[in-house]
Design a protein around this ligand. Structure first.
Ligand SMILES: Cc1cc2nc3c(=O)[nH]c(=O)nc-3n(C[C@H](O)[C@H](O)[C@H](O)COP(=O)(O)OP(=O)(O)OC[C@H]3O[C@@H](n4cnc5c(N)ncnc54)[C@H](O)[C@@H]3O)c2cc1C
Length: 325
């Protein structure tokens, strides 16, 4: 971690450096590895997956980010089927005619499946991206540079816009078009969840975007009783600066009103603020995504779902390797 900055004659550390090990970064990383490139993924988080995440706390399990995946493209459909075959995903019927795919026994298993065999450094945040004559330097928060011939940045659009503003202004401009809604999420460890609905709860009247008993998710019956409640976008935007205690109290009340059920004894409570949860305005389809050996990727370049992130990661890799830009 203390290597000096390379001279212009030193070889870059990697063929490809990918910032972010969420779904977009993992999709790009898999393609790079398949193409025989020397690739490294860097993520500021403790685990792979980004917003496809699961939190374990006091023995409770909460799927507090993305709730399920859907697929329209054959590539992503193939990946979901492969994850299912490996026992890391399964189908879940959430409505009469709607079947989706979830990671098993928890959502984080889906990105873990994608990440198998990929070189990834966690807990490392890139603070600067600098364009050099023959490579790109990504400098972390300890001021340590990592160099690569090519880079893919998959950080959420507002963070990408900041990272690229100086040396890749056209790509920063693409990123600055995208907008997100926040999502306030409450995680409750319960003494008992017997009386709570076993299907997803949504209630526009009570500002609930999604609420789910964790033990009622597929392959999760062995988990301790727990409930995850996600407020809808409008309520989250209005209340994102409320205290954690207030968010927890209000969402418990809303859930009880929406379901007519009492939550009972709460053994553990935590509120998480997703500030960039769901994309509300993606960057336009014609926007520049690759320039000077750097490409950008993320759900925000195509939509708001896991599949958009996956497709975008693949597209970024192909753009970098087709243009020789
Ligand atoms: C509450 C919630 C519910 C959702 N529900 C669904 C759903 O049911 N179905 C669905 O399809 N989608 C859902 N989504 C959206 C879905 O999670 C995203 O579309 C998808 O996960 C985005 O993947 P990504 O790789 O583009 O971005 P991210 O998952 O955000 O990954 C970006 C990664 O980059 C890392 N990073 C950022 N900056 C840096 C830096 N400077 N240095 C190093 N690393 C960095 C982050 O740690 C992160 O891991 C939901 C999202 C949320 C938050």
């Amino acid at each position: 971690m203390t290597a000096p900055p390379p001279s212009s004659t030193a070889s870059p550390h990697y063929d490809l450096l990918i910032i972010g090990a969420g779904i977009a970064g993992l999709a790009a990383g898999r393609m790079a590895q398949k193409a025989g490139q020397k690739v490294m993924l860097i993520d500021k988080g403790r685990r792979v997956g980004g917003r496809v995440s699961t939190r374990r706390s006091d023995g409770f399990v909460f799927n507090h980010g993305a709730q399920f995946a859907t697929s329209k493209s054959s590539d992503f459909g193939d990946i979901l089927r492969a994850a299912s075959t490996a026992g890391m995903a399964t189908n879940w019927q959430i409505e009469n005619k709607k079947t989706v795919v979830v990671g098993t026994p928890m959502m984080r298993n889906l990105p873990m499946f994608l990440a198998a065999h990929l070189p990834i450094q966690q807990n490392r945040r890139i603070a600067k991206i600098i364009r050099k004559t023959d490579h790109i330097a990504c400098v972390d928060t300890d001021d340590v540079p990592l160099t690569a011939r090519k880079v893919i940045c998959t950080a959420p659009a507002p963070q990408t816009a900041v990272l690229l503003a100086d040396d890749f202004p056209d790509l920063a401009a693409t990123a600055s078009h995208a907008a997100y809604a926040p999502c306030l999420t409450v995680m409750l460890g319960l003494a008992d969840d017997e009386m709570l609905p076993k299907m997803p709860v949504k209630s526009a009247q009570h500002d609930i975007g999604w609420a789910m008993c964790e033990t009622a998710r597929p392959a999760a019956a062995q988990h301790r009783p727990a409930l995850t409640i996600q407020a809808d976008a409008d309520w989250s935007a209005t209340h994102k600066d409320d205290t954690a205690d207030s968010i927890i109290k209000q969402l418990i009340e809303k859930y009880q009103l929406a379901t007519g059920c009492q939550i009972g004894a709460v053994l553990h409570a935590h509120a998480h603020r997703w500030l960039y949860a769901k994309v509300t305005t993606p960057s336009p389809a014609y926007a520049i995504i690759c320039q000077n050996n750097l490409a950008i990727a993320g759900d925000w370049l195509g939509g708001a779902r896991i599949e958009h992130a996956f497709t975008s990661g693949q597209r970024a890799f192909l753009a970098l390797n087709q243009t020789n830009a």
